[in-house]
Write a protein of this length. Structure first.
Length: 482
């Protein structure tokens, strides 16, 4: 993990990685990753915050191989690329549990996904304002097609229009990026056919730095069977469910509380409106598996303009911990994952305050110091009300030549300061490190401090993941924090 010694001249600037392509890879796969930006001449080292994912440099800095093992967990990962000159920005990368297709941006040759290929993810790039990328998919009779664009959520400057067209070119559904959210579409398909998914860059796109290489995006595609509905005579009605029309944000609910309901079809969504106070924390859990329900549910929070503010990760009992940005009316939306839903798909919606847990945060994701110098890390700790143990706060993963004595945090203190010291002969290096919190009395559960990640293009808090459990330590002459 070491670079040249401190007395060697440092290159002029750290590597600048604008984005990686593709934006996603399938689980247990090996994917070729291409870096776009000003990478410098020094060999780069790649890092992922999931130890089950390794990045292996190819013949040049532009190409890395992503290798995924069984220890990796699907979800959004953070990548960084470093050299003795410095380290790149935090770059989002999705480790997917579905088939992923990387499509080159060519409007004359739309990507045709084989049938059946859904669920799937497709990544591509938009090269200029007005540029369109197209993907052709096939659905079966009486299916619900769900299409989601991920641009801002993956910290890309993509502002686009998302459309679904039939074989005649007729637009069936359309939505565009807002200042707060990426577009998504849900379209019932009542006969087997091929459908064209189009992503078109809005004319005020892209920023100057993407003029030549474009900006990446990812499209999520899902299809699930529509349950048949019947007339009184028993004949099937092949029409959209009335639940497709979003109701007003009713009924109103209050925190804390418990709400019972059921989701009868993949199309159905239950909306619960509530009044939130700016800065107040709210916790919501959708109980299904824990009450022996077959429902595979989805859970989201919307604002009054129906922008999605937060969405829970898929799981047997998804939950959200959310802090209201402003006072006003919001909604909790309960739905079903593709293929789920039925009269037996009951749920309980638990409403309360975020559960008390030991949690720590750092102010910034990078700590910089010169050889022979020192730097401090301030750790803010949030403890459950009944927690009265001594906490040992330590820095983990420090490189040779850098040391830090542990701090002992006694109740009721909630802040600790670690002092990092670099030896005068410490090597120039850029490495990921962690801050651990270890209770002095069993049960011993190690907690790692988290650092906030602020996107370059996404609005605050709108990335798929907005924090990391590593900070970055840069040692070298003139090293600076982010």
């Amino acid at each position: 993990m070491h670079g040249p010694r401190a007395e060697e001249p440092l290159p002029t600037h750290p590597p600048r990685v604008d984005f990686v392509f593709p934006l996603a890879a399938g689980w247990l796969s090996e994917t070729s990753l291409r870096l776009h930006g000003e990478l410098g001449s020094l060999p780069l080292r790649g890092w992922c915050d999931d130890p089950g994912v390794s990045l292996v440099r190819g013949a040049s800095n532009e190409v890395f191989s992503v290798r995924v093992t069984t220890n990796a967990i699907p979800g959004l990962k953070w990548l960084r690329f470093s050299s003795p000159a410095g380290v790149s920005d935090w770059l989002p990368f999705v480790l997917s549990d579905r088939e992923e297709v990387a499509a080159q941006p060519d409007t004359n040759a739309p990507v045709v996904l084989p049938a059946p290929a859904l669920p799937a993810g497709v990544t591509s790039r938009l090269l200029a304002g007005g540029w369109t990328n197209a993907f052709v998919i096939t659905t079966q009779t009486n299916q619900l097609l769900e299409v989601k664009l991920q641009g801002l959520a993956l910290d890309s400057p993509v502002h686009a229009r998302l459309q679904v067209r039939d074989e005649r070119g007729v637009v069936l559904a359309s939505a565009s990026t807002t200042n707060l959210a990426d577009p998504a579409l849900t379209v019932p398909m009542f006969h087997e056919a091929r459908w064209r998914i189009e992503v078109t860059a809005l004319t005020n796109f892209p920023p100057a730095e993407f003029d030549r290489q474009g900006a990446p995006f990812r499209v999520l595609l899902d299809a699930s069977d529509l349950p048949p509905r019947q007339n009184p005579d028993g004949s099937v009605i092949l029409t959209p469910h009335p639940e497709m029309q979003r109701p007003n944000l009713t009924p109103r609910i209050a925190f804390p509380g418990l709400v019972n309901g059921f989701i009868s079809s993949p199309l159905e969504e239950d909306f619960y409106g509530f009044d939130a106070v700016a800065g107040q924390a709210y916790w919501v859990r959708l109980k299904a598996a824990s009450i022996s329900s077959p429902l595979r549910g989805s859970l989201r929070i919307l604002d009054a303009q129906r922008n999605v503010l937060m969405e829970a990760l898929a799981g047997p009992d998804p939950e959200l911990a959310w802090t209201a940005p402003d006072s006003g009316r919001y909604a909790i939306v309960v739905g079903a994952q593709p293929g789920s839903g039925g009269l037996d798909c009951v749920y309980q919606l638990e409403l309360g305050q975020p559960r008390a847990e030991l949690r720590a945060t750092l102010r910034a994701p990078t700590v910089a110091m010169e050889p022979g110098g020192a730097a401090t890390i301030e750790v803010t700790v949030i403890k459950p009300p009944s927690f009265e143990q001594l906490l040992i706060v330590s820095a983990q993963g420090l490189p040779d030549g850098v040391t830090a004595a542990p701090a002992h945090l006694l109740p009721p203190a909630d802040r600790a300061v670690l002092t990092l010291r670099a030896a005068t002969d410490a090597a120039i290096t850029n490495v990921p490190c962690q801050v651990s919190l270890l209770p002095a009395v069993p049960p011993v559960l190690v907690e790692f401090a988290r650092v906030p990640i602020v996107g370059r293009y996404a609005p605050p808090g709108r990335l798929l993941r907005n924090e990391a459990e590593h900070f970055w330590l840069s040692v070298g002459p003139g090293a600076t924090e982010e």
